[in-house]
Design a protein around this ligand. Structure first.
Ligand code: SF4
Length: 416
């Protein structure tokens, strides 16, 4: 693929905004809106760290500079009403609300407590809200732990691996590594009295780091779950180490190495949704994560000023890529369901590039994570920029499953 600079891109029509006719699709019965089940709430739009790969502050989009630092109480209350309105209309048994930033703990425990309480008070009977704080872990203190226990909120913490790996990217504004502070927070969360409020670790893969050292370091905190994330990047702005050479699969090798150790571990392994989803999809099940499998997206993001956005991770593409023009003060979440950027992510095969529709592992990969498909000249109707890595990993996992099934079948046949 020939890279096109963002400056050239204005001359091109891009998927989905310029090319997807939502009205025609719906009239033809080819697009059925699915209600949102996951709400990412930006309670604070600044951060106390300056991580090198941050998609909010270090990527193409600098619109955060115009956002209020903290979500106001009025906006938080309005948001709760909008989520409750959406739940009353669509009656989900559960929703997930992720308190996010920036660094959400900068918003203060009072706002987080008020928002959580109001939301649960307003939700219709029969809809349960799981609330999670996604934090960098450096501000975890007694007050935050008390909040989580009292309000039934869980905490997910970002940790990229060993001190050397983590501190390469995750530094504070003065350039100091943050591993020691995060490790102290994790030791508190791992203690028996707090473990129930710990949701797990979020690790952005550093392909230059040793995969086993990284995995073993993460495991040393005994987390309940690990979420592995590939760095944000796309065909125009490539992720680190993901060259144009389709025979090079650095991320595929990295993930396959971790997979082998995880898969062969004695006893119940730590939950890794990325691997579990590939296994489930290979065996005819469904994905548990939006990063693999191509399930329709049911995620909405709300900024500190109440703007309804498509996904904050689209900020990695170009400035304004996540904007919908809608906000919770004037619009419902149902209005966002009609936006081409949401409809495109809820289409099944029709929302995939031809190469993905014809792909031998397409039913498992599903085109990978949506932000990774972007190319400046045509938008998001492309395979993932990680396509060679995903294909290599899925084939590796499939081979492991085939080998085990064959062994189980031989063992079964040998039984008297
Ligand atoms: S492996 Fe590549 S071609 Fe196949 S579905 Fe994934 S991104 Fe598309």
């Amino acid at each position: 693929m020939t890279p096109v600079t963002p400056a050239d891109a204005a001359a091109h029509e891009r998927w989905p905004d310029d090319l997807l006719d939502v009205t025609a699709l719906r009239a033809a019965g080819r697009a059925h809106p699915l209600p949102f089940r996951e709400f990412v709430v930006k309670v604070h739009s600044r951060c106390n760290l300056a991580c090198t790969y941050c998609y909010v502050y270090e990527a193409a989009d600098q619109l955060w500079r115009r956002q209020p630092h903290t979500m106001s109480r009025h906006t938080a209350e309005r948001l709760c009403h909008r989520i409750a309105e959406h739940a009353a209309r669509h009656r989900p048994a559960s929703i997930r609300v992720i308190l996010h930033g920036g660094e959400p703990l900068l918003a203060g425990t009072s706002l987080l407590r008020g928002l959580t309480r109001t939301l649960r008070e307003l939700l219709p009977a029969g809809t349960r809200a799981e609330v999670v704080i996604q934090t960098n872990g450096t501000l975890l203190d007694d007050a935050v732990l008390r909040l989580c226990h009292e309000e039934d909120i869980r905490i997910a913490v970002s940790l990229d691996g060993t001190p050397r790996t983590h501190d390469r990217a995750r530094r504070d504004a003065a350039g100091r590594g943050t591993h020691a502070r995060v490790a102290a927070a994790l030791r508190r969360l791992a203690a028996p009295e707090h473990r129930e409020v710990w949701a797990g670790l979020l690790c952005t893969v550093d392909v230059t780091a040793d995969p086993l050292l990284t995995y073993e370091h993460l495991l040393s905190y005994d987390p309940p779950a690990i979420r592995l994330l590939l760095p944000l990047g796309n065909w125009t702005t490539r992720p680190p180490g993901r060259t144009a050479d389709p025979t090079a699969v650095p991320y595929g090798h990295w993930l396959a190495t971790v997979f082998d150790t995880w898969y062969r571990a004695p006893g119940p392994p730590v939950r890794i949704a990325f691997f579990e989803s590939i296994l489930d999809l290979l065996l005819g099940g469904v994905t548990r994560t939006e990063t693999i499998g191509g399930a329709p997206s049911q995620l909405a993001v709300v900024d500190t000023d109440g703007a309804l956005t498509l996904s904050d991770q689209l900020k990695s593409a170009y400035e304004g890529a996540d904007r919908s023009g809608l906000d919770i003060h004037r619009h419902s979440f149902d209005a966002l369901l009609g936006h081409p950027g949401v409809v495109a992510r809820q289409l099944a095969a029709e929302g995939l590039a031809a190469q993905c529709r014809d792909c031998p592992v397409g039913a498992v990969c599903g085109g990978g994570h949506y932000p990774h498909r972007y190319r400046a000249d045509n938008g998001y109707l492309n395979p993932s920029v990680y396509c060679p890595d995903l294909m290599a990993l899925i084939r590796h996992v499939a081979q492991a499953v085939r080998t085990d099934l064959a062994a189980a079948s031989r063992a079964g046949g040998a039984r008297p």
